[in-house]
Design a protein. Structure first.
Length: 572
């Protein structure tokens, strides 16, 4: 038996036995006709004939399923003494072959009855017919994520990796180009190491192909940093006479979790732990406490997010709670989903509970809400996205994600993103370009170095930022995309503290706050940062970040180390 190994890991056994001629024998040696590209299931044992008599038992091909338009190798299986002659009929009306190991190319996908005949030196004939399926080749498809190591520094070896999906499980060859120049070609190895000689934005092009003409190609943008040494922000020995500091304007809540300002000058502060909100109608000069749904329930939880379609119509969302009422003296009513959504039509002066039923009939929390004009979205903790086109009069299911996201942002009616801020082993971002009907989910690069995503912000449909908490002793991360979240590069971070929100006023000017209130500004799209506000030593756990219509910045204290509070910062 000759053992033939082929590229994609299959093994073919081709039996050849050469015997000296010896007397006649009985039987014509014909095999029963069977099907398939392998030997028949549970074939009867083939006894060694008493004479040199050919006996055909099966057909095998390489590849196991021939691809339309590409040649396939055919192997006869059985017992064939020396001098055996072969003839092949491939079942498609094409040319026959007398080659013992012929090649044949099918012109269309189909199941063909392939027949070969083996004739030994004594003139005895054995035939076998099997069904061989020719199929259309499925080309490989490159993933959207180009993985890298953490050090995207000029002059430093960088590991680059990308995988491809091939439904035919073919052996794949990857060809790598940097700025149009080929730098590597590897078979079945989807990683390379490359050292960039210059900083700036480079285009990584990866092409992948199988052995049957299938191929795919994709471009990835990568930002390479110029200086491998990240200097910490300067700490002045002598503080300026009038340093910029955060000013406390309210301590109504122990923990504020979300701050929203709207174009008409109104602003809202909500908490996950209290069914109350702070509201301003004079651009933050004064704040008033407002009761939300569930505020009349003892120990009720708060809300996660708030949004307005205009100056009057608004929504607030959170987690449901069990509410017990007595419609009559003799009856009780249990409402398990009470307080999951609240609605106002008078600018937030009063709120009413609104029941929005999920298709899954579940009691998941509503974790995010956003309105752009009359179009809006509500995201659930279970990954269901509800949509409205009439400012909330009607809601329906748009899509369902498996990543259980907790944050959502749309920059227009079509382009939106979601992340999950719960600690996980993989850090993923989902993006949509059709208003939330369909989503593409990709894993962020170097997610094994991250413990959780802290926040994200998109300035437009192309430029966005994600901040992340490092895993163990890994530094905190700030990632940037310039293609809507398809690819990401890592930016330098000037703090060992947890990063919170990163908010950008333009594609190049942005701000980020760390966990101790230090406020940083960039003028070059995040490549360098300068601290622009003094860190109040009594503050800790400052995460939410918002800017009002006057350019003033607002943040809140989480309350782990100190009492909570709402703070304001006016930059010179």
């Amino acid at each position: 038996m000759v053992d033939l190994r082929i590229r994609n890991g299959f093994f073919i056994g081709f039996f050849v036995l050469v015997l000296a001629a010896c007397g006649g024998g009985g039987g014509d040696g014909s095999a029963d006709k069977g099907g398939g590209s392998v030997q028949p299931n549970n074939p009867a044992p083939t006894p060694t004939p008493a004479v040199d008599q050919a006996r055909a038992t099966g057909i095998q091909t390489i590849p196991p399923q021939p691809r339309t338009g590409s040649p396939a190798k055919f192997f006869p299986l059985g017992y064939f003494p020396g001098g055996t002659k072969f003839s092949w009929d491939f079942g498609d009306g094409g040319l026959a072959s007398n080659d013992p190991l012929p090649e044949h190319t099918y012109g269309s996908p189909n199941i063909y009855a392939v027949k070969f005949t083996a004739t030994d030196l004594g003139g005895r004939v054995s035939t076998y017919t099997g069904s061989i399926q020719s199929k259309t080749n499925q080309p490989p498809k490159l993933d959207a994520v180009l993985t890298t190591n953490a050090s995207l520094i000029v002059g430093t070896p960088i590991s680059l990796g990308v995988t491809a999906t091939d439904l035919d499980y073919d052996l794949l060859t990857y060809t790598w180009f940097v700025d149009g120049k080929q730098v590597a070609e590897k078979t079945q190895d989807y990683q390379i190491t490359y050292t960039f000689a210059t900083s700036g934005t480079h285009t990584i092009t990866v092409s992948v192909r199988d052995d049957f003409g299938g191929k795919d190609s994709r471009d990835y943008a990568m930002q390479i940093l110029d200086n491998p040494v990240i200097k910490p922000p300067p700490v002045p020995v002598d503080p300026p006479p009038n340093p910029v500091k955060w000013k406390k304007v309210s301590d109504a809540f122990s923990q504020e979790n979300n701050i929203r300002f709207f174009a008409d000058g109104t602003g809202w502060v909500i908490s996950m732990y209290q069914a109350q909100a702070l509201r301003t109608i004079d651009k933050g000069v004064t704040w008033q406490s407002v009761a939300l749904p569930k505020s009349d329930m003892g120990g009720a939880s708060g809300f996660r997010d708030i949004a307005f379609a205009n100056s009057k119509e608004g929504w607030v969302v959170g987690c449901p709670q069990l509410r017990t009422t007595r419609p009559t003296p003799d009856s009780w009513r249990l409402d398990f989903g009470y307080g999951r959504a609240g609605h106002t039509t008078d600018g937030g002066q009063t709120w009413e509970n609104v029941e929005i039923n999920l298709p899954s009939k579940g009691l998941d929390c509503f974790v995010a809400v956003q309105l752009i004009g009359v179009k809006g979205w509500i995201l659930t903790s279970g990954g269901e996205l509800m949509g409205t086109t009439d400012a909330g009069k009607n809601w329906s299911l748009l899509s369902r994600l498996t990543t259980e996201p907790s944050r959502m942002q749309f920059v227009d009616e079509l382009h939106g993103w979601m992340i999950n801020t719960v600690p996980s082993t993989t850090m993923k971002l989902s993006r949509t370009t059709d208003g939330g009907k369909t989503w593409t989910t990709t894993e962020l690069p170097n997610s094994s170095d991250m413990n959780s995503l802290m926040g994200f912000s998109f300035f437009d449909k192309d430029t966005g930022y994600v901040s992340a908490q490092g895993r163990f002793l890994e530094p905190y991360k700030l990632l940037k995309t310039t293609d809507g979240g398809v690819t990401w590069s890592e930016l330098p971070v000037h703090t060992r503290s947890t990063l919170g929100e990163a908010t950008f006023a333009s594609a190049s000017v942005g701000y980020v706050i760390d966990g101790y209130g230090a406020f940083y500004k960039t003028n070059d799209g995040g490549l360098s940062w300068n601290q622009v506000a003094m860190t109040p030593p009594e503050l800790a756990d400052m995460y939410p970040l918002a800017v009002d219509s006057q350019g003033a910045w607002w943040t809140a204290v989480g309350g782990i180390h100190v009492n909570g509070g709402l703070y304001k910062l006016i930059l010179p």
